[in-house]
Write a protein that binds this ligand. Structure first.
Ligand code: F6R
Length: 615
């Protein structure tokens, strides 16, 4: 959840690290810090601050050249999402040992830090922060006998938990050590120097040649070289990879916010998810990463989808697809619950993990638990090379491009489509006819167009969202596969506008929550013309009778909802399997304009972070 950038032998190191941090700020933004090995002063410049990277930049700029030096050989930088200790200056990373020889930035959790800290204090070390991470700096100092890499490896062997870590040392001004276990570290090779980060977004401006570390890897970085080993000091070989996107994908490109940019990218993102994966002739999906044998597909007798947050809502939509199309009983599991409740798994159970980042701690734990119990695991991830993508037996990448806005948008719709194609693949190997398959393929091919048509309603949706921008409570209701879309609509609204919004099954409303309806509590009803619409019409009337204003998402050309609702937002007619996509996009725009009108900080909502790597 924190962001790490580090570099050695890089020109303009300070600004490269600060720019990298700004690109990672979506991962966490409580506080920021940087440590740079000064070439002139033979000392380390350490600057930290609560708040965002721009505050750190300002603090650095306000220092005189004498105070700070100008030339730096190596540096580590961090943007934090607080877990242990409040977001204060002392708790901000980098942390150092008592003598100020080693400076570390860390992403992850050191689970046994209390006992380690106690021992180190008893041995005379002085701690300055409340963080778990600081123990790492003291441990490295304790293990150091002249070999930088070995000292970090020996320190890491003592910790339980997860880490992506970068370490700087005054004793080795031209080197850095980075390591990973459970939190990503990617190394970027440039013409002269080497960069490392928790995320490729921080590197893309400087290089397209990267190496992803595996869990248990540690690397000594020096100008022009990355020496990768395991914690037992044996060399390991990791493939160099090319990043196939450029700087424009991590910039706002004229949009006011990343969230809006990513909402508008959906026609392209969806096209990229679908591209080359449909067989019109056979009415089937060609998903090469999903290399299940025909027998495995036929024998599958249960699907469990494990995920968190928005990705879980996509999974809930997927549940309808697998049952309706492929005839396979499907359950959706909150990933956080999965491993703790001793799930029953048989050899023919498929466990699907949906995760944009591919790093969510609970989803990863669910994958590991499923694998331990013998299930076949499938990953539906966006981030290439992410931990979940690498640990599952097979998987599908979304190819949606980097998602920077903390509120997930394009990943949700692309996940829904990836799940639909997965269901189609399974369905065609089981009972779905070729004709039905062909018809579904045509519907899926239309999705990017559908998305573009919803985006054309942006002005209308903005007007509606602004009309209700003073409301402090909302309900979102839906039925069938639009029920999870209602949950997602409520989640989008609450996370970026801080307004209370609840998603409910439309029929559940009268089993309690209807008590809350009154004239200043709008209800957003998903009343598209798909099976179940008549029922939701009744539910809309129940809301209207309690004086709640109703905003209905409807189908173009269907006027039957207009007289019961206060406002309608029509989206194009589409099949029951693709309507969740168009409806979700309308709700994303609604949440965006609502929050923007209220002046909220859309891309970095309070308390949140992208990629939740703690339980
Ligand atoms: C909400 C949101 C989160 C994520 C959740 C899982 O907008 O983004 O709810 O969906 O933290 O993240 P991933 O998909 O990376 O596993």
């Amino acid at each position: 959840m924190c962001g790490i950038v580090a570099g050695v032998g890089i020109e303009n190191l300070e600004s490269v690290l600060l720019d990298g941090l700004s690109r990672l700020e979506y991962r966490g933004y409580d506080s920021a810090g940087i440590a740079l090995n000064s070439m002139e002063a033979e000392s380390v410049l350490l600057v930290k601050t609560p708040g965002k990277v721009k505050k750190l930049r300002k603090k650095l700029n306000s220092m005189s050249t004498e105070e700070r030096g100008l030339q730096f050989s190596a540096g580590v930088a961090h943007t934090r999402w607080a877990t242990h200790g409040a977001p204060t200056e002392v708790n901000a990373h980098p942390h150092s040992d008592t003598a100020g020889t080693f400076f570390i930035v860390h992403n992850g959790i050191i689970e046994n830090y209390v006992e380690l800290k106690k021992r180190l204090i008893d041995e005379g070390q002085k701690f300055s922060s409340e963080t778990d991470s600081e123990v790492l700096a003291h441990l490295v100092a304790e293990c150091y006998d002249g070999d930088f890499l070995k000292a970090v490896a020996a320190a890491l062997k003592q910790v339980k938990g997860t880490y992506g870590v970068a370490v700087l040392s005054t004793k080795h001004p031209d080197a850095l050590v980075v390591a990973r276990k459970g939190s990503p570290i990617v190394i970027g090779l440039t013409a002269n120097g080497v960069l490392a980060a928790s995320d490729t977004a921080a590197l893309v401006a400087h290089t397209s040649e990267v190496i992803y570390l595996d869990d248990g890897d540690i690397a000594l970085l020096s100008p022009g070289n990355a020496d990768i080993r395991n914690l037992d000091d044996l060399p390991v070989s990791r493939e160099k990879m090319k990043i196939d996107w450029d700087l424009s994908v991590v910039e706002k490109s004229g949009f006011e916010h990343f969230m809006l940019k990513e909402i508008f990218e959906q026609p392209k993102a969806l096209r990229d998810t679908i591209r080359g994966r449909l067989d019109h002739e056979q009415g089937a999906a060609v998903l090469s990463g999903l290399n299940l044998s025909p027998k495995e597909m036929l024998d599958a007798n249960r699907i469990i989808i494990a995920a968190c947050g928005t990705s879980m809502h996509a999974g809930m939509v997927g549940e309808y697809f697998f049952e309706d199309l492929a005839d396979i009983p499907t359950e959706i599991e909150q990933a956080a619950e999965f491993r703790y409740r001793n799930p029953i798994i048989s050899p023919n159970t498929l466990v699907i993990a949906t995760s944009q980042s591919g790093e969510t701690a609970d989803t990863l734990a669910a994958v590991r638990e499923a694998a331990r119990k013998g299930a076949s695991t499938i990953g539906i991830c966006n981030v290439v090379g992410s931990t979940i993508a690498r640990e599952v037996d097979r998987g599908i990448y979304l190819h949606a491009g980097p998602e920077i806005g903390v509120a997930s948008t394009k990943a949700f719709t692309c996940q829904v489509v990836a799940l639909l194609m997965t269901a189609l693949k399974l369905a065609r190997s089981r009972r779905l006819t070729r004709e039905a398959g062909i018809s579904l393929v045509s519907e899926i091919e239309r999705i990017p167009e559908l998305a573009a048509a919803v985006l054309e309603k942006n002005d209308l949706i903005k007007e509606v969202a602004e009309k209700y921008s003073e409301a402090e409570n909302f309900f979102f209701i839906g039925r069938g596969n639009l029920y999870p879309v209602a949950l997602e609509g409520a989640l989008k609204l609450k996370e970026i506008s801080y307004v209370h919004a609840e998603g409910y099954h439309a029929a559940e409303l009268k089993h309690g929550p209807i008590a809350l309806l009154e004239e200043n509590v709008p209800v957003v009803a998903l009343a598209n013309d798909v099976p179940g619409k008549e029922k939701i019409l009744g539910n809309i009337q129940e809301c209207a009778a309690r004086k709640s204003p109703v905003v209905a998402i409807t189908t173009e050309g269907d006027d039957s909802v207009a007289e019961s609702a206060d406002v309608t937002i029509p989206v194009p007619r589409s099949s029951v399997f693709t309507t969740p996509v168009s409806t979700a996009i309308a709700l994303q725009l609604f949440a965006y304009h609502f929050a923007n009108k209220r002046g909220c900080e859309i891309d970095q909502p309070r308390n949140l972070a992208k990629s939740v790597t703690v339980e």
